[in-house]
Design a protein around this ligand. Structure first.
Ligand code: SF4
Length: 606
């Protein structure tokens, strides 16, 4: 199997059994790897109706056929499981060096099942694979655990860990790697915690077979050259994802005070330029990356080092909770990283709690004395800690914004900004119909990385609702997640504009299987439709209503900024869904039709 290690590692935490299984070439052909292998495994191996935090749930850490090879950004690993946060599908991608190291050790994926009787970590050193005692690591922070294991085992081990949030089954706990890279969304860290698996440490020394090394080398040279010559490289490398903060603020897309508006009066304190000058120490990249967007920062005020904050953290733990100092955002980022908590969901949930506090739904008695008004940095830090440790109000907020609103009642669901139970990430969507539709229909919940369509809204008209706009969202939903199946970063295409169709000949050179770009998009569509079927299988009553956005965007106009007074009507929401379902070949309730499933080779999956 060119491009693959050819072996899957299956680890049963209950029995301690470790098996090395051959990777089925037909699965690799039809689902590629990464999130494709993830949903395939979930569908076939995890029984319908499984409790996400039970031993029956499985956590699939999967590389792709590009991972570990000299392809721009080929350092992405996907983590798939049934999601504790939503009860549906979770797939979270992490960069860094773990995915390359795992393939060099001889494995394309690890399937984790069962639950260990005691805390353990998984040790992988080429063919030597062991479950080792982690009692002394349990309770420690993610970054601290990574440092400890690297000291203990050697710097050449790549490590992924959970923090106290994962151990305490916070529904949006993440998995951390490379001192601050996160597989962030959906609660993958809680599933790892439920299995009492504290960490994975990997070292490898093998090679990955390539079908046509000469063609591969030529294509790699072309792709890296294009990255190097790209006009946007210098700015991207200098600012990374924070490059969009000022733009979002100016156009009204920067979530502010729990998405009440899209512009922050103190936003300029949080811009990428300010962050670069005040706290950034150096740049940092993932494996094989020609355009390192990571930033190591140091906050003198708080005495901490952190990777980041990236745009999403600035948006959710900056403007959305109304913090005005980039050093405070950096510290909130540090707490999330060390405690092992998704900073996007954390910022969203805390902003929700702040709005409830200001509206009188939560009182000082509920917050145990915290003055939870927007802009209170100390309260934000305290709440992050309480969520991670499930203390007081933090115990409720650890369940996610949807459950918290259901518990609090008093109309608070109006201010809970989520889709399918996943907290919306960093774009305000009162009047941005493509981005709104992207959030409504993303296969994990309200996450931006499936279709980052906000710039398209600005380009063609933000309230425009046309078949072309819907088609654009669908196309993005096929291209962007394809990278998560290939095991590579999409940002060289998004930010540097390299020709995305080059990935087709590159895949052919690596695997020896000639496929067009359209063939690869068809596989991505197959994966997308299988995830949709999975939602129908797992969530009772799943359907159209699960694609509705937060009432914030269709009932309550933006309170300020460029979109002040604007919203997207519920009628428009319905029109968007009608057009989207029709173009996808789904019925009026959003279920893939038999005809669409047959077209994708999924007839047996009904
Ligand atoms: Fe990693 Fe950023 Fe490079 Fe992508 S662009 S591979 S996320 S450093």
């Amino acid at each position: 199997m060119n491009g693959y290690a050819g072996t899957i590692l299956r680890v049963n935490l209950t029995t301690g059994e470790i098996r090395k299984e051959p990777y089925d070439p037909a699965v690799a052909r039809d689902f590629l790897g990464g999130r494709g292998l993830g949903i395939y495994t979930l569908w076939h191996e995890v029984p319908a109706g499984t409790d996400p935090l039970s031993p029956q749930n499985k956590l699939v850490a999967s590389t792709g056929p590009l991972s570990g090879l000299l392809v721009p950004g080929a350092g992405k690993m996907d983590w798939t499981c049934k999601a504790p946060l939503t009860g549906g599908y979770a797939s979270a991608s992490v960069g860094g060096h773990l995915t390359a190291e795992l393939k060099y050790a001889g494995y394309d994926a690890i399937i984790l099942e069962g639950v260990s009787p005691r805390p353990v970590y998984l040790y992988i050193d080429d063919d030597r694979v062991e479950l080792r005692d982690a009692s002394d690591l349990w309770g420690r922070g993610s970054i601290t655990t990574e440092e400890t294991l690297k000291k203990r085992l050697g710097e050449d081990f790549q490590v992924a860990t959970i923090g106290p949030s994962g151990e305490n089954l916070v529904k949006y706990a993440c998995i951390t790697h490379d001192y601050g890279r996160q597989a962030g969304r959906g609660g993958v860290g809680a599933v790892m915690g439920s299995k009492r698996l504290k960490a994975i440490a990997v070292r490898g020394s093998k090679t990955i077979p390539v079908a046509d090394p000469v063609r591969f080398w030529d294509l790699a040279h072309t792709m890296y050259s294009a990255c190097k010559e790209a006009e946007g490289l210098a700015a991207w490398q200098r600012y990374g994802t924070t490059i969009v903060t000022s733009w979002c603020d100016e156009v009204g897309a920067l979530p502010t005070r729990n998405f009440q508006q899209g512009s922050f009066e103190h936003g300029s304190n949080l811009y990428g330029q300010v962050m670069r000058e005040r706290i950034v120490i150096t740049d940092k990249g993932c494996f094989a990356c020609p355009s390192p967007c990571g930033k190591y920062s140091y906050s003198r005020k708080h005495g901490i080092r952190v990777e980041g904050p990236e745009y999403e953290t600035i948006a959710l733990l900056g403007s959305n909770v109304a913090l005005t100092d980039i050093e405070d955002v950096a510290y909130a980022n540090y707490l999330c990283d060390e405690l092992g908590i998704d900073s996007i969901s954390a910022g969203n949930v805390i902003a929700f709690a702040m709005e409830c506090f200001e509206r009188g739904i939560l009182t000082r008695k509920d917050t145990e004395g915290l003055d939870l008004r927007f802009g209170n940095a100390e309260a934000t830090f305290a709440l992050i800690e309480r969520i991670a440790r499930r203390e007081g109000l933090g115990d409720l907020l650890a369940e996610g914004v949807k459950v918290a609103a259901e518990h609090l009642g008093q109309g608070s669901a109006e201010w809970a900004v989520h889709v399918k139970g996943m907290e919306q990430s960093g774009y305000e969507t009162h009047n941005a119909t493509a981005m709104l539709l992207a959030y409504m229909t993303a296969d994990v919940g309200a996450h931006h990385n499936r279709a980052w369509a906000i710039t398209y809204d600005l380009q063609v008209g933000r309230d425009q609702v046309t078949p072309e706009k819907v088609a654009r969202v669908i196309l993005l939903q096929h291209i962007r997640p394809l990278f998560d199946a290939l095991g590579a970063c999409r940002l060289q295409w998004v930010e540097l504009g390299i020709d995305v169709t080059q990935y087709a000949p590159m895949m052919a050179a690596i695997t020896g299987i000639e496929r067009s770009w359209e063939d690869l998009l068809k596989i991505s569509e197959r994966i997308w439709n299988l995830t949709r079927l999975y939602w129908f299988r797992e969530v009772p009553g799943f359907g159209r209503a699960w694609d509705y956005p937060s009432p914030r965007f269709y009932k309550h106009p933006a309170t300020g900024g460029p979109t002040q007074g604007q919203l997207t009507s519920f009628e428009t929401v319905q029109r968007l869904l009608d057009m989207y379902y029709a173009q996808r070949g789904w019925d009026a309730n959003g279920r893939p039709t038999a005809q669409k499933l047959a077209e994708l080779g999924l007839s047996g999956y009904v």
